[in-house]
Design a protein around this ligand. Structure first.
Ligand code: ATP
Length: 517
């Protein structure tokens, strides 16, 4: 991670705490590793992200409905889904630093470094030659070809070792790539061991009779076990989807990087049930749809890219990530997986209940195939916060010469508008309160009458409030106010009755969703 970007993450973390977005869990006891609480502004931003996803998925697709399944599920669910046997990550410790790592991530990072080297060669050559042909260069340059060969070999070995659960082969791969611990700098590694990521607990009051149950590691299984309930009661016809937002729990081996990798987090998942054989068509369809959804947030189209999985999960026949350019670099934000009929078939096997759909057009019954879209709510939150965070020099001198502004999408902002009486007298607070009362049924408003107007603007900038409406003496005469735009800081005078329209056009969920219809 570049020093500068490391600083960005640190600044975002401290800003998130200072302004009531995110606090470490149970902080008075020094916190709990990789668990966080959302504060008064955080919960609003998070709820807005959820609403944006939920309404896009369910309201704008008439063949997708939602559920809210329990976190606890029958323990056989996790046997059938493969999680008891296969939801493992390979872990390895460095004997000198005593730090623990995911072995596959160490190898993937080494591959990423080789890819960076190729990019450097390309950049160098592009500067040297005028009509530079990238495709020609990468297919002929001996140094690039050598790197590419090593990348392909490494990918193949990683895939083989992970696929066959061969941990000694993983250890050998780390040794052959000469991977050193970034902390101790040594290559003194332990054996690689598999570690199951599910948290378990017991249900029942008498120890001997209690059943071991798991905290769900993904929300998807709550959808699969309800597949027929929803299909029958909703009279759903294939293709159709079931969406869900909820908590998931994973005992992550390495849980660093703030809310990027937590042990308790939230997922927004949708399982799309389709005819067998049509999975690649729908896989491509959902890849495009989901990318468009992300890009419509306006965090910068270049900050997203697809990354195909080489090392497929036990249930998938095709899978990719939508990666986002976080302060730590491009990392997974959302997964899109073609899950075949793996889950429903296994639930049928383990439960002994038929989980088939009768297709009236084909006049036959089958177990549907599934394409899943699964996005981490907390990662989306981090993406929004880290791209929105800006430090600006204003050049006006004194206290006002710099500001921190959260340029987050207006529809996601915790408050859409702050209504500020210029002074706390002469009837201005009453006028301002009247404006708030008129707006608050449609938009979340903030009222504040303490401090100088400049300080109040700064506080609103820091929590991402798109507009500040200032009530002054002229407002009492002609029912106008000034409205200040968060990003440009420009102010204009307009009539009080026009404020609602400005907010509706630029800050409402509808204004964001409109880009997608
Ligand atoms: P990773 O490779 O980063 O561990 P994954 O491939 O295991 O993620 P999935 O099982 O595909 O993740 O889960 C779907 C989404 O849930 C991910 O794209 C991510 O946004 C989110 N997610 C997964 N694990 C975590 C976590 N520990 N903390 C926060 N979000 C997570």
């Amino acid at each position: 991670m570049a020093q500068q970007d490391d600083n960005v993450l640190k600044k975002v973390i401290s800003h998130a705490k200072e302004y009531g977005f995110i606090f470490p869990s149970s902080e008075i006891y020094d916190g709990l590793s990789a668990v966080y609480d959302y504060g008064q502004n955080g919960v609003e931003l998070k709820n807005n992200i959820k609403e944006y996803w939920w309404r896009f998925m369910t309201q704008l697709h008439d063949n997708i409905v939602g559920v809210d399944a329990a976190i606890f599920m029958h323990p056989t669910t996790w046997k059938a889904s493969g999680h008891v046997d296969a939801f493992n990550d390979p872990m390895v410790d460095n004997k000198d630093s005593k730090k623990r790592y995911r072995a596959d991530v160490l190898v993937e990072d080494a591959i990423a470094k080789m890819e960076e080297k190729i990019e450097k060669e390309v950049e160098k050559a592009a500067k040297r030659f005028e009509n530079f042909d990238r495709a020609m260069f990468v297919s002929t340059n001996p140094r690039v070809l050598e790197y590419q060969k090593k990348i392909d070999e490494t990918n193949a070995r990683l895939k083989a070792a992970m696929g066959s659960n061969d941990m000694p082969a993983m250890k050998q791969l780390i040794a052959d790539l000469e991977i050193a611990d970034p902390i101790s700098g040594t290559k003194n590694w332990t054996d690689v061991r598999q570690f199951n990521l599910m948290f378990s607990t017991e249900m029942g009051s008498i120890a001997e009779e209690a059943n071991k149950i798991y905290l769900r590691p993904e929300t998807a299984q709550g959808i699969f076990v309800n597949f027929l309930n929803v299909q029958k009661t909703g009279r759903m016809k294939i293709p159709f989807g079931i969406a869900q937002i909820g908590k998931a729990f994973r005992n992550e081996i390495v849980a660093r990087q703030f809310i990027f990798r937590m042990r308790e987090f939230e997922q927004m998942e949708m399982q799309f049930f389709i005819r067998p054989g049509e999975e690649m068509k729908w896989y491509e369809y959902w890849k495009a749809k989901r990318m468009k959804w992300h890009q419509s947030l306006g965090l910068g189209e270049d900050n997203y890219r697809f990354h195909d999985h080489l090392n497929l999960a036990h249930y998938a026949n095709a899978a990719c990530d939508i990666q986002f350019n976080f302060p730590m670099g491009f990392k997974e934000l959302e997964g899109i997986h073609s899950r075949t009929d793996f889950d429903l078939k296994n639930h049928e096997k383990y439960s002994g209940k038929k989980l088939q759909y009768f297709d009236p057009e084909l006049n036959q019954s089958y177990i549907p195939f599934v394409v899943e879209t699964s996005v981490g709510l907390d990662r989306l939150f981090l993406a929004t916060l880290s791209k929105g965070y800006k430090e600006e020099k204003l050049g006006t001198g004194g206290e006002e010469n710099e500001r921190v502004v959260l340029s987050i999408p207006p529809a996601l902002a915790p408050h859409k508008v702050a209504v500020l009486p210029l002074v706390r007298k002469d009837g201005l607070p009453e006028k301002a309160e009247k404006i708030v009362n008129d707006l608050k049924l449609d938009f979340r408003c903030y009222y504040e009458d303490k401090d100088t107007i400049g300080r109040r603007y700064r506080r609103m900038d820091a929590i991402g409030t798109p507009y500040c409406v200032t009530v002054d003496h002229q407002s009492l005469q002609d029912d106008t106010v000034t409205i200040r735009h968060r990003d440009t800081m420009q102010q204009e005078r307009l009539s009080i009755s026009a404020v609602k329209n400005v907010l509706a056009e630029t800050c409402s969920m509808k204004s964001l969703l409109q880009k997608l219809v």
